[in-house]
Design a protein around this ligand. Structure first.
Ligand SMILES: Cc1ncc(C[n+]2csc(CCOP(=O)(O)OP(=O)(O)O)c2C)c(N)n1
Ligand SMILES: CC(=O)[C@@H](O)[C@H](O)COP(=O)(O)O
Ligand SMILES: [Mg+2]
Length: 638
């Protein structure tokens, strides 16, 4: 019987040890990493196909560069798992994306190999250029490289071109690795995707690539021959033999496309590039989901699949959720509105799958727009459509709308154009953590004159609010959580009130206090009130519905009649809903010492299940009830 070699990954204490490994050992290591990734998914949902695709690239990078000296940025950061496994986090890896465990994105508090805590796409080239330029000024003798690895989905982000545009001057020792797997979450869209298709298919260049590979195998990596060879490559590129001329024209040296699953080839190109000065663009072609057939065949589903069991290259059982989420409700309301009114359009910035918009894309191909990861453009584009009489809906995660702040201000609010923002994940996003929690939107949207801002208390509200917004003549935002949809009822059995501008809905009135729920916290406020009822405390519950304009009359009535009033929001307290109520009450000359604001304090919230985080923050029913008791108690002790 042949003896199995000892596993490499569990015994790898530092990426420096990669230097000693032979090519077959590195290839075995790649398989071990893939096994760990596949096993992880049997216990929880996580980013999967993107990670499978960069295993060889991560190994080649860490073998070529010491990233405690040089700098490495993984754009977005969802494909950072192999990097975490190679940089000393194998033991804790199974805690990834759980409360208190490793983060699913780069996290400088975990490791010196992670430089920025990121999760939003597109900024890697700029930050890497800043690192390179800063190092050049601060420590010119160190000769440090800054490497940004960016996917073809993130690559069309506008900020990337802002960086490339500056790279001619500030891109010394900047290496951009374009990880082209022909996929964003969905298939990539737009002219850049077409251009990369052409570059990949360029037969001349494939020929050159083979020649390069052949030449490289004969050329020692030191000394003049390399220089001569590189000049030849450069001349060939100039002569138009290669693709990538676009980047060359902008001042970047383009190399590629090369096979991103061939460790030896990757290593050779990285070593070569390292001998130059930069800025360099290395175009690497990978397969999203590489090494696990179902993921390679369906990279959309396997971007972040639900937990599943597998045997070898087969999925045995997948835990698909059958619960109806607010995302589903929003999608159905959007589709219904598009059927009713031909002026209604919908746009997504590369989140068709996350927003479950595929059926809308199929049914309304002419009124559905996927702009790619280009949120700023999306919002300005929507403003243009609104100006000529359409009713655009920007269906977007709350956190990603932050990218378009200035366009919400200038192109939409200042012009008072009727664009509807459907803000999914308005609140805590769960295992994605601080980069993805949508907890700042109330603050940054209620600032703007003309803006109407709503938060549905339940499924009924969400549909009614979208319909309201499409009739309204000013910009509207609707923020709703990453949660299963619920329906609430009035305790007196009366029908629900229609959604009307600036009107809240009183679900029950109480003598001892009022809970004013801002959107997603409504069901928990009702549950808290029911618990308090049993203890003899009579709390009312108001479904605020409108964050802007506020229902001044009802809120002032609560403040005047009740010993305590608590606002409850799944968002930052600073500039939040409760702050808006305080400002309004203060302006109206009302007493506010008995107004308590529950929400997220001035800190970034970590990752974990949404329910766990809500409980930690005291925003679940038990926490809300406890705050009511304390508020009543403090009133008595005053
Ligand atoms: C600003 C921003 N918008 C949207 C997203 C959601 N998102 C995360 S990964 C991704 C696709 C990225 O594609 P690519 O860069 O090609 O990486 P791949 O998954 O193919 O490796 C998208 C749209 C995000 N993280 N940040
Ligand atoms: C990397 C990224 O930004 C997305 O893949 C995001 O993680 C999706 O989040 P949801 O799982 O909440 O759709
Ligand atoms: Mg991609």
């Amino acid at each position: 019987m042949t003896k199995q070699p000892a596993p490499i990954l569990p015994n790898l204490s530092s990426p420096r040890e990669l230097e000693k490994l032979s090519l077959p050992e590195l290839e075995r290591l790649a398989n071990e990493i893939r096994d760990v990734l596949c096993n992880l998914i049997s216990s929880r949902s996580a980013h999967f196909a993107s990670n499978l695709g960069v295993v060889e690239l991560a190994i080649a990078l860490h073998q070529t560069f010491d990233f405690l000296h040089h700098r490495l940025i993984w754009d977005t950061g969802h494909q950072i798992y192999p990097h975490k496994l190679l940089t000393g986090r194998y033991e804790e890896f199974e805690t990834i994306r759980t409360l208190g465990g490793l983060m699913g994105y780069p996290n400088p508090t975990e490791s010196d190999y992670d430089l920025f805590c990121t999760g939003h796409a597109g900024s890697s080239v700029s930050t890497a250029m800043g690192l390179a330029s800063g190092d050049h000024i601060a420590r010119p003798d160190d000769e440090r490289w800054s490497v940004a690895v960016i996917g073809d989905g993130a690559f069309p982000s506008g900020v990337v071109y802002e960086a490339i545009n500056n790279s001619k001057r500030d891109g010394r020792r900047l290496m951009v690795i374009l990880n082209d797997n022909e996929m964003s979450i969905c298939p990539p869209v737009g002219g850049m995707a077409d251009y990369l298709d052409r570059v990949r298919m360029n037969r001349n260049y494939v020929g050159l690539k083979e020649e390069v590979a052949k030449l490289l195998s004969n050329v020692p990596l030191l000394g003049d021959p390399v220089e001569r060879f590189l000049i030849q490559v450069k001349e060939a590129a100039k002569a138009g033999l290669s693709g990538g001329m676009f980047f060359e024209e902008l001042g970047m040296r383009y190399f590629g496309p090369i096979d991103g699953h061939n460790i030896a080839l990757l290593r050779k190109y990285l070593r070569l590039a390292k001998k130059l000065d930069g800025p360099i663009l290395l175009h690497v072609v990978t397969e999203k989901g590489h090494g696990f057939r179902p993921a390679a065949e369906d990279p959309v589903l396997f971007h972040a699949p639900p937990q599943f069991k597998r045997r070898e290259n087969e999925v045995l059982e997948m835990h698909r959720s059958s619960t109806r989420s607010y995302t589903n409700v929003a999608r159905d309301a959007i589709a219904a509105a598009m059927r009713r009114d031909e002026r209604v359009t919908v746009m997504t910035a590369a989140m068709c799958q996350g927003n479950k918009l595929e059926p809308v894309r199929e049914e309304f191909p002419d009124r559905f727009f996927d702009t790619g990861i280009c949120e700023a453009h999306t919002v300005a584009f929507a403003a243009g459509q609104a100006k000529v009489g359409l009713r655009p809906i920007v269906d977007i995660y709350s956190t990603f709308l932050q990218r378009a702040f200035d366009h919400v201000f200038q192109e939409v609010a200042l012009q008072d154009l009727p664009v509807t923002f459907m803000m999914d994940r308005g609140g805590l996003s769960g295992p994605d953590g601080p980069t993805h929690h949508g907890v700042f939107d109330i603050g940054y949207l209620r600032l703007f004159p003309n803006m109407v801002l709503m938060a549905p208390g339940d499924e009924h509200d969400l549909t009614a609010m979208l319909d309201f917004s499409l009739e309204h003549t000013s910009p509207c935002g609707v923020r709703y959580p990453k949660d299963k949809a619920v329906t609430v009822a009035r305790t007196d059995g009366e029908p629900r009130a229609p959604v009307e501008l600036g009107q809240s809905e009183i679900l029950r009135w109480g003598r001892d206090g009022t809970l004013v729920a801002c959107g997603s916290t409504l069901a928990d406020c009702l549950e808290a009130a029911a618990v308090l009822d049993e203890e003899g405390l009579d709390f009312g519950v108001v479904n605020a519905r409108f964050i802007k304009p506020l229902d001044q009359a009802t809120l002032l009535r609560a403040l005047n009649e009740n010993p305590v009033v608590l606002t409850v929001e799944e968002g930052a307290l600073a500039c939040g809903f409760g702050s808006a109520v305080l400002e309004m009450a203060n302006a109206a000359g009302a007493e506010t010492a008995h107004l308590h604001r529950l929400g997220i304090p001035d800190k970034f919230v970590e990752h974990g299940e949404r329910e766990e985080l809500m409980a930690q923050l005291g925003l679940d029913a038990a926490g809300i009830a406890q705050s009511c008791r304390s508020a009543v108690e403090s009133r008595h002790t005053v």
